[in-house]
Ligand binder design. Structure first.
Ligand SMILES: C[S@@+](CC[C@H](N)C(=O)[O-])C[C@H]1O[C@@H](n2cnc3c(N)ncnc32)[C@H](O)[C@@H]1O
Length: 222
């Protein structure tokens, strides 16, 4: 597995000092986290999206793990970090400098209707709540039925947001585990986007989905 260079570490730290709430960590994710994330996407096909790749350590690990036929779109808000990720020499990789809130449009720009997997390193506890909710709605819209949303996060903020705050969310938590070899330890969550028709039998813990959103989703396909 690729070792994060000192230059990447320094760039990460500098960007953290300049935009602490956006970057939210002084160091990139540990190799242990990279390995665990890579395992969750092993052999993934179709369109794989990474949100908030930072300096690209997780990106490299994911690229090494997904199918050689997969397309890989990385969306990074910070232009300095986006430029670093764009240096990764892999023909499957497209880097877009922009916000995860615009993911559906970013996919359309790339000629894609939806993503089969979305991996997020976004700092949901430090970005403004309204933006965090917009990002989660964008993920919900961009994910193909049956697709997976995988996120790693230090606090429970994201779980609460997805579970109770995103109106009509079609994301169902299927797995979560701790990555202890990380400072701080991270939770790795795996949600699955349930098909719209399955929502009539969604778990009691989830509110029924607003029917006004269903037609917009119907055209989403892998
Ligand atoms: C905690 S760092 C994670 C970096 C990297 N994935 C890692 O694990 O080392 C969060 C990253 O998300 C990016 N970010 C924050 N808000 C974003 C947004 N709305 N859209 C895209 N990227 C965003 C930050 O610039 C930063 O690179």
């Amino acid at each position: 597995m690729h070792r994060t260079s000192w230059s990447d570490r320094l760039a990460f730290l500098v960007q953290f000092l300049r935009r602490p709430r956006q970057v939210a960590s002084i160091v990139p994710s540990s190799r242990s986290v990279e390995r665990q994330l890579a395992a969750t996407v092993a052999g993934a096909t179709g369109v794989v999206v990474e949100l908030g790749p930072g300096t690209g350590g997780v990106t490299r690990a994911l690229l090494a793990s997904v199918s050689p036929e997969a397309r890989f779109i990385a969306v990074e808000l910070n232009p300095v970090l986006a430029a670093r990720v764009a240096r990764i020499p892999d023909p499957r990789l497209v880097v877009r400098c922009g916000s995860a809130e615009d993911l559906p449009q970013i996919l359309r720009d790339q000629g894609c209707s939806s993503a089969s997997v979305i991996v997020s390193g976004l700092p949901f506890s430090t970005i403004p709540r309204t933006r965090a909710l917009r990002v989660l709605e964008a993920i919900d819209r961009a994910l193909a039925p049956g697709g997976e949303f995988i996120a790693y996060h230090a606090r429970g903020t994201l779980e609460r947001l997805v579970g109770t705050q995103v109106e009509g969310s079609r994301l169902e938590l299927v797995h979560q585990r701790m990555a202890w070899l990380s400072i701080p330890p991270l939770r790795i969550y795996r949600w699955r986007r349930v098909p719209s028709h399955a929502l009539q039998t969604s778990p009691a813990t989830r509110q029924p989905v607003a029917s006004s959103r269903a037609p917009r989703r119907a055209q989403v396909s892998t």
